[in-house]
Design a protein. Structure first.
Length: 146
């Protein structure tokens, strides 16, 4: 009596790196089947549903009220702002830029979170300049030792 062995299915990543089962990917404009189905089910019912949610919100239903408010006042996204920041040409200019940020926050021209994001950019600039300067120093030292 012979027993035939069945190879186990590959686990994890069945395709080798760089080769997927669908090399072209999802076609542009293709929509999720669940989304399309939901739209078909709601088609023609939207107005009635919205009226019902508004009714419930008026009668004190907190969830319905939240839905209405979320539609009227969507979550705040980043807004563009105008801010004159000193030009960064060296690490020494970073302190001037930070001082300008602090001044703008104090005057109410920038919010604290916006200033924090900009200070991260300044910090990244300083790190990049320091890394470049360090690399140049190392190259100079290596050339002197040769």
């Amino acid at each position: 009596m012979s027993v035939e062995r069945i190879a186990p299915k590959p686990r994890g990543r069945p395709f080798s790196k760089g080769h997927s089962g669908n090399p072209r990917g999802r076609p542009p404009g293709a929509r999720n089947a669940a989304t399309v189905l939901a739209e078909q089910l709601l088609d023609g019912e939207v107005e009635g549903l919205i009226r019902k949610i508004i009714q419930k919100a008026k009668h004190g239903d907190v969830t319905a009220l939240r839905i209405c408010i979320d539609r009227i006042l969507p979550p705040r996204r980043e807004r563009p702002f105008h801010f004159e920041m000193p030009e960064l040409r060296s690490v020494g200019d970073a302190s001037k830029a930070i001082a300008a940020l602090m001044s703008a926050v104090a005057k109410g021209e920038l919010g604290a979170s916006e200033a924090a994001e900009l200070s991260k950019l300044i910090e990244n600039y300083v790190r990049a300049v320091e890394a470049t300067e360090l690399e140049q120093r190392l190259l100079t030292l290596e050339q002197r030792l040769k």
